[in-house]
Design a protein around this ligand. Structure first.
Ligand code: AMP
Ligand code: GLY
Length: 428
């Protein structure tokens, strides 16, 4: 069969790599793909948000299944467009993708279905929002309602920052319409983890737990990024905690979506804070995480194409999903200056040496190929994943692989996965 993966980052490279191991697959396409995916898939020069051209391509090339990496095409309604044309696609419909596309919707949905989350208020008026923060205890968290490329969430610790954030989002409209409404919510303390789950709309199966490292610098300092590294599984989520997460969060979320007629077939991402009073949802996404996917899929023993097909056919079952019992660590290599201004077009050396290491995978994110040479083409450039039976060894191996890679301005965190070695117990 022929599968098309939509997207161009490390997450999509990991999907393409895992799918390429399936005996069911004759040909893979990636739209638009990147230099790493080009080794395994035919890259098609169509942007991820060009829904009509993607559907035309799938139709004209008899693609058997399309899977979507990033959120934008999902929130724009790519699943509805494909289904209208009777093309098979994996992902939530536009109305189900609202769980990521609108923070206001997600919070009100959680409130309605009693899914644990921080207390919140919604504002569409900047004066009322400002009055509220002036009379509240800080810190608070201010979130733009719509998609804002991962920059629409600000933890405000003092009043001047709270007021200037409201001003920027609602008056100056730095995120455009995405900031017309905001959510102001309580600040949660605890350990932040990610739970991804496969769902066919009827059954929901959590994957291994993982943890992202969102800040740019070691020790979780500096501005937020798209994610500087991840590891899986976490030690903090034991079987009991996973059961709580399934029963209190995943199952009621699916039931709520179903009740509202919002069809979700794909991957649900729950960004959770494990607080002293149990797990609470900080955000839902309607897709795989990046870089969590780069540690989850290497630990998946089952055939990903088979899982995807069972989801699309509404036949997902526990037997479909089997996990490796080892650990995976992914360290992201970024361009110098990221997440602020950075230069592109730096040649990357040593990739083949790193790739030759056993149980090491080099996923490309922002890269491009010029003849036989690979150059940087984005903020996050690579995700280097290592797998081992112990977390410490996996960490060491990932950094040994990184040592073989060179490029001008290269930056990466030196402490990815270290938390796993000390956050062993849940905080209650
Ligand atoms: P989100 O996109 O909603 O996950 O927010 C991005 C980041 O902001 C999260 O990964 C957290 O580190 C932080 N964050 C979001 N909501 C909260 C909250 N209620 N309390 C504490 N931190 C939060
Ligand atoms: N790792 C964060 C995200 O994928 O949204």
């Amino acid at each position: 069969m022929k599968i098309m993966v939509i997207g161009s980052g490390g997450r999509e490279h990991a999907m393409v790599w895992k799918l390429s191991l399936s005996p069911l697959i004759d040909k893979l396409y990636a739209a638009p793909g990147n230099a790493g995916m080009a080794d395994l898939a035919e890259c098609v020069d169509i942007k991820a948000n060009d829904l009509t051209r993607l559907a035309d391509f799938a139709q004209n090339n008899s693609i058997d299944l399309t899977v979507v990496g990033p959120e934008l095409p999902l929130t724009l309604g790519i699943v509805d467009e494909f289904e209208k044309r009777k093309l098979k696609i994996l992902g939530p419909t536009k109305s189900a993708a609202e769980i990521e596309g609108s923070k206001v919707f997600a919070k009100e949905f959680m409130q309605k279905y009693h899914i644990p989350t921080a207390s919140f208020k919604v504002f569409d008026n900047p004066n009322q929002a400002s009055d509220f923060v002036k009379s509240s205890e800080l810190p608070l968290v201010i979130k733009a309602d719509g998609l804002a490329a991962g920059k629409g969430v600000v933890v405000v610790e003092d009043e001047p920052l709270a007021l200037s954030t409201i001003q920027k989002m609602m008056v100056e409209k730095v995120f455009g319409d995405a900031g017309s409404r905001i959510v102001v919510e309580d600040f949660l303390e605890g350990e932040e983890i990610t739970i991804l789950a496969f769902t066919d709309g009827e059954t929901i199966l959590p994957m291994l737990s993982s943890q992202d490292h969102k800040r740019i610098f070691d020790g979780d300092r500096g501005p937020n990024t798209g994610g500087m590294g991840a590891y899986a599984p976490t030690t903090i989520v034991d079987d009991r905690m996973m059961k709580t997460i399934s029963e209190e969060i995943l199952e009621p979320t699916l039931a709520g979506l179903k009740k509202e007629g919002r069809l979700f077939k794909g991957i649900l991402y729950a960004g959770l804070m494990l607080t002293e009073r149990g797990p609470k949802v900080m955000e839902f996404n309607c897709r795989f995480g990046d870089p969590e996917t780069q540690v989850i899929l290497p630990l998946l023993k089952s055939d990903l194409a088979e899982i995807f097909l069972s989801i699309v056919d509404g036949e997902l079952s526990l037997e479909d999903v089997e996990w490796d019992d080892r650990f995976a660590v992914c360290v992201v290599v970024a361009s110098g200056g990221y997440p602020e201004k950075y230069e592109g077009d730096k040649e990357i050396f040593g990739l083949s040496k790193a790739r030759l290491m056993e149980d090491v995978l080099v996923f490309h994110a922002g890269t491009k190929r010029q003849k036989d040479r690979i150059f940087t083409n984005g903020g996050r450039v690579l995700g280097v994943t290592a797998i081992d039976s112990g977390m410490e060894n996996a960490i060491q191996k990932a950094y040994m692989a990184i040592d073989k890679i060179r490029m001008d301005g290269m930056q990466y965190r030196k402490d990815i996965g270290h938390k796993a070695t000390w956050v062993k117990k849940a905080p209650w």
